[in-house]
Design a binder for this molecule. Structure first.
Ligand SMILES: Nc1ncnc2c1ncn2[C@@H]1O[C@H](COP(=O)(O)OP(=O)(O)OP(=O)(O)O)[C@@H](O)[C@H]1O
Length: 255
């Protein structure tokens, strides 16, 4: 399923500052696509627009054939979308299975089908064995996978993940990566992250959000080439991080 952003602009009215997004255009196809960009670039904002939590002031966003800002299309678009936000809370006393079954019901799965939908989603994220555990007993990585299962419970064709591996230890991060790679085999997955390493392992393509627009759209290998050609501009970090930082800063400045 394809996601298309056409000249999308957005500002948080209350801030009265310049637009967070300014004419951002991007096309995302099936598989796992990474979204990189510095802190405050607008990655979470862009994801919120895709999943219909906010609407662009200019431009449009299509999920499949549906324009997410059109009231007539929004319900259909939502059925196609699953979202795992950067931070989410789960009711600690509920079991893993009930948590995911509840998410299925909220997202329109008929009540009698919710238990099966939850079991299926939990299998996808390797959490079937922990289905009867109370959520409060889970590790951070396990909670993260419950969050992904909850977003998957209505079997969306598009999955939007906002920094899903933050705070995970290396082992849990590898596990989360395996899960995300598998989900990308038959879905469109958009993965926002600061971890270039996750993008390198997972993403066929990557977009870099800088200066309010998608300043780079291509393969990770192409981005890596640009990074390696970059001469660095920050005094901190390893050479790769320095070069990455310099490149992203230049992209943000429109160079
Ligand atoms: N609800 C809000 N109201 C006003 N301004 C906001 C709101 N949410 C975000 N912003 C501002 O919009 C800009 C983009 O924020 P956003 O969270 O989308 O960036 P990000 O790229 O996801 O950042 P990070 O990598 O740090 O998570 C920032 O300047 C932020 O301060």
């Amino acid at each position: 399923m394809r996601i298309v952003l056409e000249q999308v602009s957005f500002s948080y009215r209350r801030t009265r500052k310049k637009n967070v997004l300014e004419g951002a255009s991007w096309t995302v196809d099936s598989g796992v696509t990474g979204l990189l960009g510095p802190n405050g670039a607008g990655k979470t904002t862009l994801l919120s627009l895709i999943v219909t939590l906010a609407a662009p002031q200019r431009g449009r966003i299509l999920v499949g054939e549906y324009d997410v800002a059109r009231p007539a299309d929004r319900a259909e678009a939502r059925r196609l979308l699953g979202f795992v936000p950067q931070r989410f809370s789960l009711a600690g006393e509920l079991t893993v299975a009930d948590t995911v079954a509840y998410a299925a019901w909220v997202n329109g799965v008929p009540r009698r089908a919710c238990a099966d939908a939850a079991a299926c989603a939990l299998d996808h994220v390797d959490m079937g064995a922990l289905a009867s555990r109370a959520v409060r007993t889970l590790s951070g990585g396990e909670r993260q996978r419950v969050g992904i299962a909850a977003a998957l419970a209505h079997d969306p064709r598009v999955l939007v993940l906002d920094e899903p591996t933050v705070g995970l230890d290396p082992g849990q991060r590898l596990r989360a990566r395996e899960v995300i790679a598998r989900l990308g085999e038959d879905r469109t997955v958009v993965l926002s992250t600061h971890l270039v390493e996750d993008v390198a392992h997972l993403c066929g393509r990557v977009g870099v959000l800088a200066g309010g627009r998608i300043a780079f759209d291509g393969t990770f290998a192409a981005l890596e080439g640009l990074i390696e050609d970059s001469d660095g501009g920050s005094r901190y970090g390893s050479p790769f991080e320095r070069a990455y930082d310099a490149l992203i800063s230049r992209m943000g400045a429109g160079a």
